[in-house]
Design a protein around this ligand. Structure first.
Ligand code: GRF
Length: 186
């Protein structure tokens, strides 16, 4: 069995949650940062810190072919747990099954509210007084697996989606490392 404390973080962009996971690693090690975007900003940050990276553009590859290659890379690095952090690809059923129960994601809403995109504008438009973020287990259904932890963030009357996003992100950066740390110790 691979070691659950060896974590791969999957990103597509700036990777602010990935940075938080690296900087606050407690009881786990970020063994690999992987991306479907070879130019992802977060990859350069990880490399500079000596974290191993893997990147493969998905263009021209079938979904499952891509996921099989990514899975092989995770196996090569002895990964036991996967943390999605702004990874903008829907994983194939094959991949979810192969890694079942070992993939976590951070989502910027209080699930089960606002699955999918544009969570902050949807919360503001609905007149919600509180938003937040959730760490959940990844299943075949988008943003629908068991919730492992949440943090609430009050919505202010003057909030825009951008200002709310900033405060929710700060909450994400505190929540994700804590929940991942608890998860790998189970
Ligand atoms: C965050 O809002 C996270 O909740 C969502 O994607 C965004 C990733 O941001 N899943 P970053 O790349 O971690 O900065």
């Amino acid at each position: 069995m691979p070691d659950p404390r060896r974590v791969a973080v999957l990103i597509s962009g700036r990777g602010s949650n990935m940075r938080a996971l690296v900087e606050q690693a407690d009881g786990y090690e970020v063994a690999l940062v992987a991306s479907n975007k070879t130019e992802a900003e977060g990859l350069a940050w990880a490399r500079e810190r000596g974290v191993t990276t893997w990147a493969l553009a998905s263009k021209g590859l079938g979904k499952e072919d891509y996921d099989r290659q990514m899975s092989a890379a995770l196996d090569e690095h002895g990964v036991g747990t996967i943390a999605l952090a702004g990874f903008m690809r829907i994983l194939s059923p094959w991949f979810v099954d192969r890694w079942r129960g070992r993939i976590l994601n951070i989502h910027p809403s209080l699930l089960p509210k606002y699955r999918g995109l544009d969570t902050h504008s949807r919360a503001i438009e609905a007149g919600d007084r509180v938003s937040g973020c959730s760490v959940h287990v990844v299943t075949e259904e988008l943003d629908a697996g068991d919730v492992l932890g949440q943090a609430e963030v009050p919505i202010k009357p003057e909030d825009t989606p951008a200002s709310l996003e900033q405060r929710v992100l700060a909450a994400e950066h505190a929540l994700y490392p804590k929940i991942l740390s608890e998860f790998v110790k189970r």
